[in-house]
Design a protein around this ligand. Structure first.
Ligand code: SF4
Length: 247
């Protein structure tokens, strides 16, 4: 096997592909710190994801929640434009509740799944009033009960709007943390749970921003730009050949 087996009495054990097959050992705290430091330096050269920019400008939980819902499966520029049209007409949760669903859809078009998102946004004020007395809830578990809010969105809102320790795992975070041997998981939820166990809490919030920027600009699902990659020394799959994890 692997051109080394020959005709000896016992074949050498097949050499497993690094990362997926090799014994997984995770990363030490020092390695995690080094990865964070290297990407944080590079992150400064990349545009921040739109929700980070928005959170930096204003910590309005309503706007961060709505913006995060709109940003799913949508390019940052498209999200930013949709927010720019929606918030003048719906600057508060109460104002959003007065907008007809069709008008919300017009304003947020062409974000991905704009009809479904408009439907969820139209239901949002009633759900928040009924379950949380009109105040946007803070915890991931509470947020995840709202229409159109999955665990990824809930984590992002909890972190950006309320500064609570939360790890938002999207496809970028999931893919790259597997490539770097930090976790070995099959789904974003598994990655979130594994990161909660291995990462110091102070790194939870920045982890998302850094990896999203990195994933959007360099470590893409297909054809990552590995030359000059700041964390290449840690990478188990240069070239992005790993197929066992989700994108
Ligand atoms: Fe991603 Fe390539 Fe860097 Fe590995 S070496 S982390 S695949 S950009």
């Amino acid at each position: 096997m692997n051109g080394q087996g020959g005709t000896g009495t016992r074949a050498a054990p097949a050499r497993k592909r690094p990362g997926r097959g090799a014994r997984f050992r995770g990363r030490t705290l020092e390695e995690l710190e080094a990865i964070h430091a290297a990407l944080a330096r590079a992150f400064g050269e990349s545009p921040a994801p739109v929700m980070d920019l928005m959170a930096a400008q204003e910590r309005d939980p309503y706007k961060i929640l709505v913006g995060t819902i709109l940003s799913a499966r949508t390019k940052d520029a498209t999200t930013a434009a949709a927010i720019g049209r929606l918030f003048p007409e719906a600057p508060t949760l109460e104002a959003l509740g007065r907008l007809p669903e069709a008008r919300i859809a017009e304003l947020v078009f062409p974000v991905g799944f704009y009809r479904a998102k408009a439907h969820h946004l139209a239901q949002l004020p009633g759900a928040v009033a009924e379950r949380f007395g009109g105040a946007i809830p803070k915890t991931v578990e509470e947020l995840a009960t709202l229409p159109g809010v999955g665990r990824k969105t809930a984590n992002l809102v909890s972190a950006l709007a309320f500064g609570l320790p939360a790890i938002c795992v999207d496809t970028h975070v999931h893919r790259i943390n597997n490539r770097l041997g930090i976790v070995r998981t099959a789904t974003p939820l598994e990655t979130e749970m594994a990161l909660r166990r291995c990462l110091p809490e102070r790194l939870w919030i920045p982890w998302n921003s850094i990896f999203v920027s990195f994933g959007q600009t360099r470590c893409k699902p297909v054809g990552p730009r590995c030359e000059g990659c700041p964390v290449r020394a840690f990478c188990l799959e240069p070239g992005g050949k790993q197929k066992g994890t989700a994108k």
